[in-house]
Design a protein around this ligand. Sequence first.
Ligand code: AVI
Length: 315
Amino acid sequence: MQIPTSSTNSATIDHDFIPEIELGLLAENASISPKFLYDPLGSHLFTAITLLPEYYPTNTEKNIFSQYKDQISQAVGIGGTLIDLGAGNCQKAESFFESLKPSNYLAIDFSVEYLQDALNKLAGKYPHILMQCIGMDFSKQLIIPDSIAPTKRTFFYPGSSLGNFLPSEALHLLSQIKNQANDGGLLIGVDLMKEDAVLMTAYDDPLKVTAAFNLNILRSTNSHLNSNFKVEQFRHVAKVNHAENRVELYLEALENVIVSWPGKSREFKKGELIHTENSHKYTIESIKQLLMSAGFETTQIWTDPKNYFAVIYAK
Ligand code: AVI
């Protein structure tokens, strides 16, 4: 189904990622930005992760949303623009359309193609909501286009994706959200610190879906950089870093490897690591503190019985 042109609009921002990828690969402690995990296959592998029983965040958040839907909707209030950060298939936001009654829905994600498909389906179902989508790397800067009315904006950032930013980056993003929310606010899902065993099976699952998701970043990198990474020369590693309150993902070279791309190359010795992702875990106090530092004044918080996850509305 096509999106009716009267109710939707889309735009893509073009990026050149080569310098960023090169910088990470050539650093002494090599890294690849986690945003490159989400090429089309990576996005599907992430969806598969969310279906794993070991990956507790998705289901726990879903249960909090459904158990406290009325309270959350009352806190957020109706109308205005719902701005979905990292919208993906837009399903989580859709579950709030009825109770929040937004007049506008703006879906933002890194890959606009995936988003456009999801929005096409939604637009037919909710013709009274004006829908737009933008492809944006908001890990750098969040700019809500002028075409979005400067009335109440509810930013929706579920899935504990804030945890993939360093604390300083998370603070920068939250401050930008606060500055553009007008008299609205932020509805966010964050993952809470818990025992290592639970974290380790969630990030190194027995079916090896997370391993495939992590290793696929090498293929995604090959397509951006025209490099020659071979997935079979690396293995997935997850570690809990208590000092930084986070789970860290790496790819470890299984042998000495030389990776090259036009004009450059990098050697990885056997056992050398490429850092691919951080997933920060918060306490209720630490996330409240971060939100206050970003300029939010009040928070309402809902959690699950095990205190694994928190949904917060900040104003
Ligand atoms: C998207 N993000 C919140 C996930 C997380 O838990 O940090 C990404 C992920 N990485 C491995 N499994 C899931």
